[in-house]
Design a protein around this ligand. Structure first.
Ligand SMILES: [Zn+2]
Length: 160
């Protein structure tokens, strides 16, 4: 059985990066890395909007990852999920875990497009946060403008 270790997750990110696909860790595994107790069912990455297909090809070639046996019945791609389904996913061999890829526009739409500066990042050379310190309201596509009571909105401060 494959371990969901940080090195395993990093190897997936490196494989995407080697294929010139910048990626950002997202979802449950990201919470775990930040110390938020979470139940991990998937390892999810945000990729540029035009890259899920290319990313799926990369993931499909990795040892320990296997294609989805049936995308129509798989819980990972079900429309009944309580969170949006990834654009594409694969399964971690001999486990119930998945690796999913989400287009940036569907998840982190408020960030600049992911570009080559995120390939092989080094902590000392991460791209600068270009947003100014401000308070903004996030809304997801489909939220009604002005609906401040929406549970899907959060007021968040951006750090410099
Ligand atoms: Zn599946």
């Amino acid at each position: 059985m494959t371990s969901l270790s940080e090195s395993f997750v990093a190897s997936i990110a490196h494989s995407l990066n080697w294929a010139h696909i910048p990626c950002v860790l997202w979802g449950q595994y990201l919470l775990i890395l930040h110390g938020v107790p979470s139940v991990v069912g998937s390892i999810d990455f945000i990729v540029p909007d035009d890259c899920p297909g290319a990313g799926l090809k990369v993931l499909s070639q990795l040892k320990s990852l296997t294609p989805c046996p049936d995308d129509k019945t798989c819980p990972s791609s079900s429309s009944n999920r309580c969170t949006p389904a990834p654009a594409v996913h694969v399964h971690v061999e001999a486990s119930e875990f998945t690796v999913g890829l989400y287009p940036r526009a569907d998840t982190l739409w408020f960030l600049p497009p992911l570009d080559g500066s995120l390939l092989f990042p080094k902590k000392s050379k991460l791209p600068r946060n270009t947003s100014s310190r401000q308070t903004i309201l996030f809304s997801r596509p489909g939220d009604q403008v002005g609906d401040r009571a929406s549970s899907r909105r959060a007021e968040t401060k951006l750090l410099p």
